[in-house]
Design a protein around this ligand. Structure first.
Ligand code: GLV
Ligand code: GLV
Length: 322
């Protein structure tokens, strides 16, 4: 069988695939256009794709032989799951292996914004540091503060658990009670307005869907504390970026740390000009270990799917129930 990978991923994953299949890899170091993906998909049984590839109905329906889609990411909002399911094609993601890595990036951003690390580095590097000063680079304490988790799934839970050493009061918004958080941190499940009003640090860990699109907009930003720090390592469109620019410009909140953007990879000039924001290039899962594990996970799912087995991380298991 034949597999097309839309981008070169770490070798251990590709090697697993090469043992079983004929593997073609995007030869360029760039994202392919939809037309290019459709062209390369001709005659292929499996598609290994990235979160930067919109795998819509046109792509999915373009190749009658297609039997398996392995997305190299935990988020899979880039794949039209309904179109895949309608064709009986299983789709997999890479959950678990990137949980702590992503949670660690959220903490890195939280501290960087709270203590103005990037701004301070630039200040120091450029020779403006003339000695210790009482009012220089004042930030926000983290210990004993209130932490608000929006989306208490795997990553949100791991992120919250890492707050233990900082003795934080933890609030969360989720559809379900999270017993781990309630038992280990005495965390409280609250509604969104309460979380926004009470939290000093707010971190987003939801997946992107119609319910979470622009979940944080002008109204929500206005509910936050003046000292609040907002962190987003989930998906860009969860925040209305125009509203965030306004909030940061007019200092409704203290600052923000973003790994993802509403119109990724485009970032508005207005956002880039702000001092009270830290910008990361969607790299929350970017460690050598984790990207390797993601490659192996995606490959294992591909192999299972093309053997007709239920892939271990299938997100549309209904295709096996018919
Ligand atoms: C990264 O954003 C992922 O979904 O894995
Ligand atoms: C992501 O995998 C999450 O469950 O938070």
């Amino acid at each position: 069988m034949k597999v097309f990978a839309t981008r070169k991923i770490p070798e251990p994953g590709l090697n697993l695939l090469r043992k079983e299949f004929e593997v073609k890899i995007n030869p360029y170091n760039r994202v392919l256009s939809k037309e290019e993906i459709i062209e390369e998909l001709k005659g292929k049984d499996g598609l290994l794709c990235l979160l930067t590839d919109p795998i819509d109905k046109d792509v999915i329906d373009s190749e009658p032989k297609l039997k398996m889609i392995a997305n190299y990411a935990v988020g899979y909002d880039n794949v039209d799951i309904k179109a895949a399911t309608d064709r009986g094609i299983p789709v997999s993601n890479t959950p678990g292996v990137l949980t702590d890595t992503t949670a660690e990036m959220a903490w890195a951003l939280l501290f960087s914004v709270a203590r103005r690390i990037v701004e301070s580095d630039e200040f120091t590097r450029s020779g403006r540091f003339k000695g210790w000063a009482p009012m220089l680079m004042l930030g926000q304490d983290v210990t004993n503060k209130t932490l608000g988790i929006i989306g208490a799934g795997r990553i949100g839970t791991a992120f919250a658990l890492k707050s233990k050493g900082f003795n934080m009061n933890v609030l969360y918004v989720d559809n379900r009670i999270n017993e781990t958080l309630e038992n280990e941190l005495d965390a409280k499940k609250v509604d969104l307005p309460l979380l926004l009003r009470e939290s000093d640090f707010i971190s987003l860990h939801v997946s992107l869907n119609t319910a979470t699109y622009h979940m944080i907009s002008e109204k929500e930003l206005k509910m936050m504390k003046k000292n609040a720090v907002l962190i987003n390592t989930s998906r860009g469109p969860v925040i209305n970026e125009k509203a965030l620019v306004k909030a940061l410009k007019e200092k409704w909140i203290f600052g923000a740390g973003l790994d993802v953007y509403e119109h990724e990879p485009e970032i508005s000039d207005e956002l880039k000009k702000l001092e009270n924001i830290i910008l990361q290039p969607h790299s929350a899962s970017a460690t050598i270990e984790t990207r390797t594990k993601m490659a192996i996970t995606a490959a294992e799912n591909m192999i299972a799917g093309l053997k007709g087995e239920i892939p271990p991380n299938c997100v549309n298991t209904e295709v096996f129930k018919r």
